[in-house]
Design a protein around this ligand. Structure first.
Ligand SMILES: Cc1cc2nc3c(=O)[nH]c(=O)nc-3n(C[C@H](O)[C@H](O)[C@H](O)COP(=O)(O)OP(=O)(O)OC[C@H]3O[C@@H](n4cnc5c(N)ncnc54)[C@H](O)[C@@H]3O)c2cc1C
Length: 403
């Protein structure tokens, strides 16, 4: 086998599809549900880098990501590889608006600093209803927003025979060579046991990479976590996807979808979710409501329920704990540990990993040997998780109480 991949989020599944197309013999092992961890909890924006240029500079992060929207657009249209035509695209673009009083430079930033996608300032008549009364400039940005759960399902359906559900703590043994490379991986399925001899072991398990590295005798501290406390709102809300920027900060990033009952659900990130890390759920919900009322005066939040979820971004460690500029790959013998840093960068990560693997050298394995093995399902989006508590907390009353 050429590659044994651990973890079926955006990174692992894109890699599996890519390697299979290149003729590699590859198998993916998933511990729980595909995309659990970050991908299904993410906002699904295929960033083109604008967010990383708000200081007016073409930063290394912006340079790395600027080709991604074009590549994804082809995949989502069914003309690129992998074919993602079954992935639900929530929106073809995001809106961008400012709340500070400085003259807006929207429409110029991206063009000046060499992004592939520049924001286009739009006239008042074309504004979405949600931004009707906003005083500043409003722009449209051709960054697509997709449903991460449907993207994971789409990719997984194309590789089903090469994806297994395996408990990594109990059903996997690693046998190391004297040179400290992984020589064999033993997979157990009840009484059945299969011994694999992978040329490469690739860890794309998000936050799970730390534990896998520990089991392989590698330093788990090469990974960092950056926590977020995200807000969910559901009810009588307009469908909306966009960023509210203030200076060089993204004050709020809002993406929307529909839940199984047909209600519009907003996922709210940006600074709200970063500041929210140190807030309780009720503090964060009250803060989010007051922020949203201030930046979107045209939207009524009277008939809305609120909830929050905590999730960590998992990445390779940086010297000061800040966001890495791009994809990260560590190589230890025949083990590659990888983090895309962004969902949008999953294709680039897969390409970089495939280059490290070199040409295919193993004969394809017979998928029938795993015919009785369990297969993982796709993780549920945060708003569908069973047991989630929703609150109809009224911000004005809670602010009055604390005044
Ligand atoms: C709230 C939030 C919003 C975001 N929004 C965006 C956005 O809009 N646009 C963007 O580009 N990026 C966004 N990101 C970043 C993006 O989601 C991540 O960079 C990307 O999804 C990481 O994918 P991954 O496959 O590396 O990890 P994950 O999605 O975390 O997947 C890891 C997988 O590995 C499995 N696993 C764990 N341990 C093991 C093990 N021992 N063995 C086998 N399997 C294991 C997990 O169950 C999971 O399926 C966001 C992140 C967060 C947290």
């Amino acid at each position: 086998m050429d590659a044994l991949i651990f973890g079926g989020g955006a990174a692992g599944l894109w890699l599996l599809a890519d390697l299979t197309r290149r003729g590699h013999s590859a198998l993916l092992l998933e511990a729980t549900a595909l995309g659990s961890g970050q991908t299904v909890a993410s906002q699904g924006i295929i960033h083109g880098g604008l967010k990383y240029t708000l200081q007016g500079l073409l930063t290394p992060a912006a340079q790395q990501i600027r080709d991604m929207p074009g590549l994804w657009r082809e995949c989502l249209a069914g003309t690129g590889f992998p074919n993602l035509s079954q992935t639900h695209v929530r929106s073809q673009h995001c809106h961008l608006w400012r709340t500070n009083t400085l003259a807006s430079r929207l429409g110029m930033i991206g063009a000046q600093i060499g992004l592939r996608i520049a924001p286009q300032t739009i006239p008042e008549s074309e504004r979405p209803a949600a931004l009707a009364n906003c005083p500043g400039t409003v722009a449209r940005l051709d960054e697509q927003v997709l449903s991460p759960a449907s993207f994971i399902a789409d990719l997984a359906n194309q590789c089903r025979g090469r994806i297994l559900l395996v408990d990594p703590e109990h059903d996997i043994d690693f046998r190391m060579s004297q040179a400290n490379a992984v020589q064999q991986v033993v997979l157990k399925n009840g009484a059945e046991q299969i011994v694999l001899n992978p040329r490469w072991v690739v860890l794309t398990a998000g936050a799970g990479n730390a534990r896998l590295r520990e089991r392989l005798g590698l330093d788990p501290a090469r990974m960092q976590r950056r926590p977020l406390h995200m807000v969910l709102a559901r009810g009588t809300l307009p469908a909306f996807n966009g960023h509210c920027v203030d200076g060089a900060k993204t004050r709020a990033t809002i993406t929307s979808d529909r839940d199984l009952a047909g209600r519009v659900v907003w996922q709210i990130g940006g600074q709200i979710s970063e500041l929210g890390v140190n807030q309780s759920e009720s503090e964060l919900m009250a803060h989010a409501q007051s922020e949203l009322r201030s930046i979107m005066p045209a939207v009524s939040f009277d008939d809305v329920e609120w909830s929050t979820y905590r999730v960590d971004r998992a990445e390779g460690v940086t010297s000061n704990g800040s966001r890495p500029d791009g994809v990260q790959i560590l190589q230890d013998g025949n083990v590659l540990t990888a983090w895309p840093t962004k969902l949008a960068l999953a294709p680039q990560l897969a390409g970089d990993l495939a280059s490290r693997l070199g040409p295919p050298m193993s004969t394809p394995f017979d998928e029938k040997i795993f015919k009785d093995w369990a297969r993982p399902s796709v993780a549920l989006p945060p708003w569908e998780e069973p047991g989630r508590v929703w609150s109809s907390l009224e911000v004005r009353s809670s602010l009055n109480r604390s005044a």
